[in-house]
Structures are given as structure tokens and as C-alpha cells.
Design a binder for this molecule. Structure first.
Ligand code: FAD
Length: 379
């Protein structure tokens, strides 16, 4: 029987895992993907203007920085993404970008269609139909007659409706968890039981730290004049705003008679932490006040989206793991935790985490006789 694998999270790590597993196991694997949100991308998310489908804004990751080591290690992904036109060299004017702080040969890329297009591409290639609005609320191992009969079930509910629950009818042979670690550690059932029995692993996972910040996406009607001397800028000296981008220009896309401009504002981390529990509308008002001081001639946006990133970038990753950890490893089923917290908080960090996870999972599936020898050697 082919292994049935649940990937939790349709962000960059989950999508890359799906891509690699499909490439390695072809049709000899059943891949299922759940995400609690209603769209693809996770922290590499792109929002659409409510009025104009063409106008988009990257609310999380802004651009992709590739140091020479990863240009080589991840060459196959970069070749694919640039050939498809999903990644293009960054040519826009970004003030305050410290080019000399990067090692020689480092390249920066933007995603003209929005950063989530990279994640969507991996998912499309894997052939998975993501089940959105699926919040994984529990993992349970259920023992049958012997240990080799232990089955792994997942329960979920619709995001925002904890009463509308369901259980997976068929068990999974493996589950890959990609959500930020503080969220993973709250997950009841088998993962918590495992962490209670393995305090060293629990401590390791608890050592990961994340920054918090807010992002605002502003969408302007066609014809609005955004008169600023940069395409994007790092902001210094403002207690609230750290990053401003005319997002379409940052992505190398000009405004037109159909396409209005979009602007992205990222707050500083201290601001994000201070206002973490404040009402979002209030936060939006404060950020807009600061924005109007920084860009006094800004036209009125047609709409604004305010996004809270409680878990934004990883400031302290988990140490001492290859890029993932097993949170259950039985002869019949396994749970793996992965994501940027196990490597570093950018696109290459997600690709590295996904590669290690798939390597470890394929070795496990081979050991337990769930896949043939040829599927599990070298990525
Ligand atoms: P995530 O993207 O967090 O994916 C996890 C997914 O799991 C999410 O889609 C979430 O909805 C889902 N999920 C969580 N809990 C559950 C549950 N219980 N059930 C079902 N689904 C669940 N990187 C760069 O390379 N360049 C940048 O310029 C850059 N800037 C950034 C700016 C900001 C503001 C932020 C927030 C991030 C930035 N990053 C940047 C970092 C980059 O976005 C992350 O490293 C990357 O997106 C992490 O991907 P991931 O798949 O590991 O996790």
C-alpha cells in the first residue's frame, strides 16, 4: 500500500516538501495538505485588492536574497522559478538596503506576480488540492493489537469555528508539521505526549524565538499618484514604521490605466510587540498616522488590509537539528516537525528544511518497508 502523508501548512516549507515528495515518489504516495487559512503562502502571502483583482501586495516576505552557497545548493528551484518568470532579478530602487553587508555574489530577486506565486508553483507541481480552512486541532495515535498496528489520526476544525470538527476517516502513515513552533507546541494529543516524555526535545523547540510585527497593504485606484523618490525603503528613526514599499514597483510592475498602485508598510518589531494585543483597527489608525507623517502627499487608498504577524521572522532558530525533528517514530507511523525555525527565516531556509525533512522521511519509509529502496536515496 502506498504511504499516506499529511502536510500541515501551505507555506513555503510545506509546499517544497510536497514538491520533493511528489518528485521522488511519483504517484506512489498519497499527499494531503491542510491549511487553516483560506489561501496559499503562509508568511509568503500576497493579498489582492478587494476592488481590483490585478492589484496585489506582498504582506509578508518582500524579496528573495540568495547567497552563492544556496544559489548552487538550490540551483534546480531557482532555475525552474526564473525560467517560469516567477522570479526576476531585483532592479527596483530600495533605499537603505545594505548591499555591502552581503557576501560577494549574493543576488536579490522579486516575484512579479507576488511572493505567494512561488509557493503556489510548488503546490501546482505536486498536484495537491490543498484543503483550506482546515485547522489541525489534534493528532492521535490509536493502538490496535500490537505496536506495529498503531494508527495515526488527525482531527481538524474549520478556522474560526471550533465546534465544526471532523476526524480523518483514514489514518496517516506520516504527518509533517510546518506551523510556527509556539503553535505546534499547543497542539493536543500525540505531539504533546511526546514532548512531555522528551523534555530535551521540548526545551530545544521552546528555544526558538520569533519577532512580531504588523503589515498594512494599501490599495490605490488607477490614476492615483504615489510621488515618492524610492520604490521601497527601510525607514530609520520612526518608532512605528520600519519598511515601506510601493509594492508593484518593488516587483518591477508599473501602474497602468487598469492597475492601481499598492503599498506595503511593515512596522518595527518593538512596535509589533507593544501593540500585539491591541485591537487591529486601532493599530491600523496609529500606523496610518505615522505613514502620513512620513509621506504627507500620499493619496487616499481605496482599501487597506491590516495583518498581524504574531510569529514573523525567526530571530533564534532551534539549534542542533538537521532541519527537522521526529515527534513520533513508530514502525507504523511518524510525525515530523519542520519549517524555517529549524534553519533560518527566509526562502532558502524553507527549502533546506524541506529537503532535510523529505530525506529523513524517505529514509524512515524505506526502513519500515513503506517505499522501495530506489525512492529514498539522495535528493
Ligand atoms: P509559514 O509560512 O508560517 O507556513 C505555515 C503554515 O501553516 C501557514 O500557512 C499557516 O496558516 C499554517 N498553519 C498554522 N497552524 C495550522 C494548523 N493548526 N492547522 C493547519 N494549518 C496551520 N523571507 C525572505 O526570504 N525574504 C524576506 O524579505 C522576508 N521578509 C519577511 C517579512 C515578514 C513580515 C515576514 C512575516 C516574514 C518574512 N520572511 C522573509 C520570512 C519568510 O516569510 C518565512 O521564512 C517563510 O515564509 C516561512 O515559511 P514556512 O512554510 O516555514 O512557515
Amino acid at each position: 500500500m502506498m504511504p499516506r502523508i499529511l502536510i500541515v501548512g501551505a507555506g513555503a516549507t510545506g509546499a517544497a516538501c510536497a514538491n520533493i515528495l511528489r518528485q521522488r515518489l511519483l504517484q506512489n504516495v498519497e499527499l494531503v495538505m491542510w491549511d487553516k487559512s483560506k489561501g496559499t503562502g503562509g508568511r509568503m502571502s500576497t493579498s489582492r485588492s478587494p476592488d481590483n483583482n490585478l492589484c496585489v501586495a506582498d504582506l509578508g516576505a518582500q524579496y528573495v536574497t540568495v547567497i552563492p552557497k544556496y544559489a548552487e545548493k538550490h540551483a534546480r528551484y531557482y532555475k525552474d522559478l526564473t525560467t517560469c518568470g516567477l522570479l526576476e532579478p531585483l532592479t527596483s530602487k530600495i533605499d537603505g538596503m545594505k548591499s555591502d553587508s552581503y557576501e560577494p555574489g549574493t543576488k536579490h530577486y522579486v516575484a512579479p506576480k507576488g511572493i505567494s506565486s512561488l509557493v503556489k508553483h510548488f503546490i501546482k507541481q505536486s498536484g495537491i488540492d490543498v484543503e483550506f480552512n482546515h485547522f489541525l486541532s489534534k493528532l492521535d495515535t490509536v493502538e490496535d493489537k500490537s505496536l506495529s498496528d498503531v494508527k495515526l489520526y488527525a482531527s481538524g476544525h474549520k478556522e474560526g469555528s471550533p465546534d465544526a470538527t471532523w476526524d480523518s476517516v483514514k489514518p496517516f502513515d506520516a504527518v509533517i508539521l510546518t506551523m510556527p513552533l509556539p503553535q505546534l507546541m499547543k497542539l493536543p494529543g500525540t505531539t504533546q505526549e511526546y514532548l512531555a516524555q522528551h523534555p530535551d526535545t521540548k526545551q530545544q523547540l521552546e528555544s526558538a524565538c520569533y519577532s512580531s510585527r504588523y503589515a498594512l497593504g494599501l490599495f490605490f485606484s488607477p490614476g492615483s499618484d504615489i510621488d515618492v523618490p524610492w520604490d521601497a525603503t527601510y525607514v530609520t528613526g520612526d518608532p512605528c514604521i520600519r519598511w515601506l514599499a510601493v509594492d508593484n514597483r518593488k516587483r518591477g510592475v508599473k501602474e497602468s490605466s487598469e492597475l492601481g498602485a499598492s503599498m506595503v508598510v511593515h512596522t518595527s518589531v518593538p512596535f509589533g510587540i507593544k501593540y500585539l494585543e491591541t485591537d487591529k483597527n486601532e493599530v491600523q489608525g496609529i500606523v496610518m498616522e505615522h505613514l502620513r507623517n512620513l509621506v504627507p502627499n500620499l493619496p487616499e487608498p481605496a482599501s487597506i488590509k491590516c495583518q498581524k504577524w504574531r510569529y514573523s521572522q525567526v530571530s533564534t532558530p532551534v539549534e542542533g537539528t538537521p532541519g527537522c525533528v521526529f515527534l513520533t517514530k513508530l514502525p507504523s507511523c511518524a510525525i515530523l516537525a519542520t519549517g524555517d525555525a529549524f534553519t533560518h527565516s527566509n526562502f532558502d531556509g524553507c527549502l533546506s528544511a524541506a529537503e532535510t525533512t523529505c530525506e529523513q522521511l524517505l529514509a524512515y519509509l524505506k526502513e519500515t518497508g513503506q517505499v522501495g529502496m530506489e525512492s529514498s536515496s539522495g535528493l
